[in-house]
Design a protein around this ligand. Sequence first.
Ligand code: ZN
Length: 276
Amino acid sequence: MRNNVCGIRQIKQAYILEKAEQYKAVMAFSLRTGGCSGGPYKSLNFSTSSGDSETHIHKNLEILSDQLNISSSSIISCHQEHGDNILIFDHFPKVTMRGDAIIALEPGMYPSVKTADCLPILIIDPITKISAAIHAGWRGTVLRITRKVLITMTTKLGCKLENLLIALGPAVGVCCYEVDQTVIKPLLSSMPWAEKFAVQVKTDSQKLLKKAKIDLASINRHELVESGILPENIYLLNMCTSCHEDKFFSYRRDGEFSGRSIAITGFRSLIEKKSV
Ligand SMILES: [Zn+2]
């Protein structure tokens, strides 16, 4: 399968997809360095969910948005809940809504998701200028959130699959993501083909996988290609959050009090809109 593994480069505190700039768009995955948070959140943390302060998050957003040359108030986040709710916005929401995928219909609005091991997926459509950010952990993957976002974009919003440009960010890799039946059972029941992206660790007497290491990025990449996305339009950062302690937060590695990275996408606008 052909895939783009290059085309993503590091700027100061983020990995960005270079090709997105060609379309006056941003596709960025933050690093954990260069921020103002301390302790387990050191230092570019974007979530208060594990205990860091709002002030730190706000400052960190300013630091990253300055580097991306966007307004921090034009970044849209949601309360993520490992589900498959897809939020669609044509203007800035007044309250933070619950969901695990955000689609923005206008330039100047930047959907984002926060992760620490789960897979962030960013999508842009250079024709309609629609952008999307997906939070795909194992639960979202089992619920097929990636496929559902594509269906929403094509059937409701007029996007064409062949036009979509997609970047898969850092996530816990197959090297470090050992799971048991709690994950394997629903995963293989939802998508039996995912077995080829699971490395056997332990089987039972019926040779069924009891424990396995799974490859979230490859499963979601397969889902994208099977849904009709051109392989050459899929870009993979291909870096394990748990292995790269200097670059990324990892819930598996660091536990409950880990920080969160942010993945941001969207089309630049001549006049940057600001949320109210
Ligand atoms: Zn790893």
